[in-house]
Every structure is written in structure tokens, then in C-alpha cells.
Design a protein around this ligand. Structure first.
Ligand SMILES: C[S@@+](CC[C@H](N)C(=O)[O-])C[C@H]1O[C@@H](n2cnc3c(N)ncnc32)[C@H](O)[C@@H]1O
Length: 462
């Protein structure tokens, strides 16, 4: 059990005995599990209350002072024990619900024990939510994650590092397949743009491919606001409506401008459905209409079967499950109308199938603005791509580099790094005192640092 025990703790997990009727200790203990899981995702209770998400995610009362058992999730035995305890709680709570005469706790004319029925129902619901999260991201429902980024501000006397936090909504695996989690590539990209290492002040039209939970675009939007890149128009895309819906929530939680709004001076963010294989079809069509040069010739590529299995790609999508927010459907990006329209394309972790590695270069080539003459470095149209170097997926990386060159792009910048190496390298360049302060402040971004990433900036060969 955890060493320091705050007030109101009980020394062992409450048992399920009817005679003891330990309802408030059970509620407190489930609340504590939820709090611990939130903390691991970088969400503190105060942030949660402030951004009004509490009631969406935790059905129990937002009281922190109920008696409870403090689980120690760093201890594997306790973690397993907790899973068992929750299973027993679900069984016990369900029996309690069945014993109530009240059938519908929301019925105002219901039986006297409707209050009890509501408590047991809420407790069982919440136990199911935390149990599924304990079983890993694949089983977990939708959750929020808190991530911290650092930006540099030049003070009058010296440089100052300023932290800013982003809350990101992640849908469940069932809703969004691999897009349900925020991947390391997007953390690496976001760290770099937040720190001022990617300058988009001259890039007005930016397209993100495979946005997923949308971290890259969200941080780009926040940085654009901070740095006054007011002409920036960012289009975030994915082929899954559930992900656009999720990004939409994160935009509002982080107070980023309402998507697609006009009459707003400042950066704008739009969300569009875009399936890479539809762009591939269009590239082939436009090739047929033109005398294609050797470098523009497009080979036939079929989407991987996994792309359309078990996911809802319908455009009249409405979120299901525990989503009480406004429902909306998303329109598709008009592909031909945007040919050659973007001066920056961002793509994080989109090379996990051979077909993706082959098709992404075509898409970049299709949408990237065609610089006609040599431009200063920071003005050149560019594609910023980040990909993990998974030992099982090295072939995809080779194919991607080869195909990018084939369509006429060249590497302007490339680095291979882990997230931590990249962060430490940045800290090392800061004035000693600033770097020391950051190192000693809480670093809440939780990442696996055994993975290396390639970070490329590609430009057109002149
Ligand atoms: C591994 S995730 C990366 C998500 C996000 N960029 C990140 O780094 O956290 C890959 C993303 O590509 C999207 N994707 C996969 N196939 C796609 C396709 N054919 N067209 C468009 N997006 C696709 C998935 O829905 C998912 O959001």
C-alpha cells in the first residue's frame, strides 16, 4: 500500500458484505482509482473540475473526502488485486441493484429505494470504466489526457521557458482503431513546434494528414495564437469521423477558435474527412489527363484490408457511447480544389503499412505547393513527417524515403532521436538556470523512451 496516507483512508480494500454496507467506502475507493488513473494521464482533479469534464467522465460525486483505500499502482501485485476487487464490486453492485424494488432511478414516481438504485448503478458504471482502463488502451473507453509543452519567450533580461498544458480527448479503440491514442511522433513534433524549432509564420496554408487525436494540429494552433501567426489556416484531416469529433472536443476544451469560423482574425483550424486512397485515385485520374513525367507517374496501390475493418467511415457519423456533446457530421476535403494549395504538410506516424509508405509521398506531392523559384529557406514549401523506427516496420521507412525521392522531393533536414534525447538536447542549449528549473519541474508527458523516431523536413527538388 502507498506509504503516506492522507486523512480518510482505510487500511484494506473494503469487503463486500451486505451487513457492513460499506457503500461510501466503496464509492471513495472507486473515486480514488479514477483519480490515480487520471493522474497517470496528466489530468489533475482541479483541471478536470475547471474544464467541466468531471461530470462526463466520472458519474460519482466529485467529493474528494470520502473514506477510501489508497491503491498503489506502482506495485504489480496491488494492480492485479485491484482488477479482481473491481470485478467483485461489479458483481456485488449488480446484485444490490437487483434487490432494489425501484426499476428506474430517474422515474420521479419510483419506489422509495430509487436513491439506492442510482448509487449502485453509478458505482457499477464507474467500476466498469476504471476496470476497462486498467486493462490497457485497447479495452479502455474514451479518456482525456493532459500533456505539458514548453515555449521560449525572450524576456528583457534573459530567455524564459514557459509551460503550457494541453488537454486531449482520446476516443475508445472501438470508435477509432489505432487513432484512439496519442502517439509519440506527435509528441515529438509538438515539443519541437512549441519550443519554436518549427517556424510557420510564412506558411499560411497547412494540412495535417492522419491527425488521429489531433495533438500536432492542436499544439500548432496554440503556438500560432501565441506567436501571432494570424494568417495560418490549418486543415486537420483523418478518414474517421469519430476522430474529427474527438478533435472538435479538444479544440473547445483548449479554447482554440471554433473550427472553420470566418470573421476571426487569427489562425483558423478546419476539420475535414480525407482518405489517402481517395487522393491516390485522384492522382491517377489527373495523371491520365496530363502527359505525366516519369517522376509523376502513379502506380496502382490498394488500401490495406485493415484500413476499413471494424471502423465507421460513414460521413453521416454520429458519435455513440458516452458522448453527450453536440453531434455533427464532417464534410470531405474537396481533393481537386486543394491540389498544390498547401505550403506545409504535417504527418505524424502515418507509415505503419507498406501501402501507406507508398501512398503518402503521392499525397504530399499532390497537395504541396509547387515552388517555382528558389526561395529563402523558411519560405520553402515543406512536408514535416515524423515516424517511429519500429524494428518490425523498417521496410516502410525505406520505401517511404525512396518514394519521396521518386516524386521529386529531397530531404532538407533529418534527425533520428528519442523523445527524451530530443528534450535533453534542448535543455542543454538553454541557459543553465532555466534548464535546471525545467528539469526539476514536473514533467507530465508519459512516453516510452526506448523508441527512436525519424523527424524529416522534405522540400521540392529545384
Ligand atoms: C498511428 S495513428 C497516428 C495519429 C496521430 N498523427 C498521432 O501521431 O498521434 C495513424 C492515423 O492515420 C489515420 N489513417 C489511417 N489510414 C488512413 C487513411 N486511409 N486515410 C486517412 N487517414 C488514415 C488513422 O485513422 C490514424 O488517426
Amino acid at each position: 500500500m502507498a506509504e503516506s496516507q492522507p486523512e480518510n483512508t482505510v487500511l484494506s480494500p473494503p469487503r463486500f458484505l451486505k451487513s457492513e454496507y460499506p457503500e461510501n467506502v466503496l464509492v471513495g475507493t472507486v473515486f480514488e482509482i479514477q483519480r490515480l488513473l487520471d493522474e497517470k494521464r496528466g489530468i489533475s482533479n482541479s483541471r478536470k473540475y475547471n474544464d467541466g469534464q468531471y461530470n462526463q467522465e466520472c458519474k460519482l460525486w466529485p467529493e474528494n473526502n470520502l473514506p477510501r483505500y489508497m491503491w498503489d499502482f506502482d506495485d504489480n501485485v496491488e494492480r492485479k488485486w485491484c482488477v479482481q476487487w473491481l470485478q467483485n464490486l461489479i458483481k456485488f453492485g449488480t446484485n444490490q441493484m437487483c434487490e432494489c424494488s425501484c426499476q428506474d432511478p430517474d422515474d420521479p414516481a419510483g419506489a422509495d429505494d430509487c436513491g439506492n438504485r442510482w448509487t449502485w448503478e453509478s458505482l457499477v458504471d464507474q467500476a466498469v470504466v476504471v476496470l476497462s482502463e486498467l486493462c490497457g488502451k485497447g479495452a479502455s473507453g474514451a479518456v482525456s489526457r493532459g500533456l505539458r509543452f514548453w515555449s521560449i519567450e525572450d524576456g528583457q533580461e534573459n530567455v524564459k521557458a514557459v509551460a503550457f498544458d494541453v488537454t486531449i480527448h482520446e476516443p475508445s479503440f472501438i470508435e477509432a482503431d489505432v487513432g484512439c491514442q496519442t502517439w509519440g511522433s506527435s509528441i515529438l513534433f509538438s515539443n519541437r513546434i512549441a519550443r519554436g524549432e518549427i517556424n510557420l509564420s510564412k506558411h499560411h496554408h497547412v494540412l495535417e494528414l492522419g491527425s488521429g487525436t489531433g495533438l500536432c494540429g492542436l499544439v500548432t494552433g496554440m503556438v500560432a495564437k501565441k506567436r501571432n501567426w494570424k494568417n495560418l489556416k490549418l486543415t486537420m484531416t483523418d478518414y474517421l469521423p469519430s476522430l474529427l469529433s474527438s478533435i472538435n472536443k479538444s479544440l473547445s476544451v483548449n479554447n482554440i477558435n471554433k473550427m472553420g469560423s470566418t470573421n476571426v482574425s487569427g489562425p483558423t483550424i478546419d476539420l475535414k474527412l480525407l482518405d489517402w486512397f481517395k487522393v491516390h485515385e485522384k492522382s491517377k485520374e489527373s495523371e491520365r489527363g496530363e502527359e505525366a513525367l516519369e517522376k509523376d507517374r502513379v502506380d496502382d496501390i490498394s488500401p490495406p484490408v485493415s484500413n476499413y475493418l471494424d471502423v465507421n467511415v460513414s460521413t453521416d457519423f454520429e458519435t455513440n457511447g458516452r458522448d453527450d456533446g453536440p453531434k455533427r457530421s464532417f464534410s470531405e476535403l474537396d481533393i481537386p480544389a486543394h491540389k498544390g494549395k498547401y505550403s506545409t504538410i504535417i504527418a505524424a506516424d502515418v507509415l505503419y503499412e507498406i501501402q501507406h509508405a507508398m501512398v503518402i509521398p503521392q499525397i504530399i506531392n499532390y497537395f504541396l505547393f509547387n515552388d517555382t523559384k528558389d526561395k529563402p529557406d523558411h519560405d520553402q514549401s515543406q512536408a514535416i513527417v515524423v515516424a517511429p523506427l519500429r524494428p518490425t516496420h523498417m521496410k516502410e521507412i525505406d520505401i517511404f524515403e525512396h518514394e519521396m525521392q521518386k516524386v521529386g522531393l529531397r530531404i532538407k533536414y533529418k534527425v533520428t532521436t528519442t523523445i527524451k534525447q530530443d528534450f535533453d538536447c534542448w535543455l542543454g542549449c538553454l541557459p543553465a538556470e532555466t534548464g535546471y528549473k525545467i528539469k526539476n519541474s514536473v514533467q507530465i508527458n508519459d512516453f516510452d523512451d526506448t523508441v527512436e523516431y525519424n523527424f524529416w523536413v522534405w522540400v521540392r527538388r529545384s
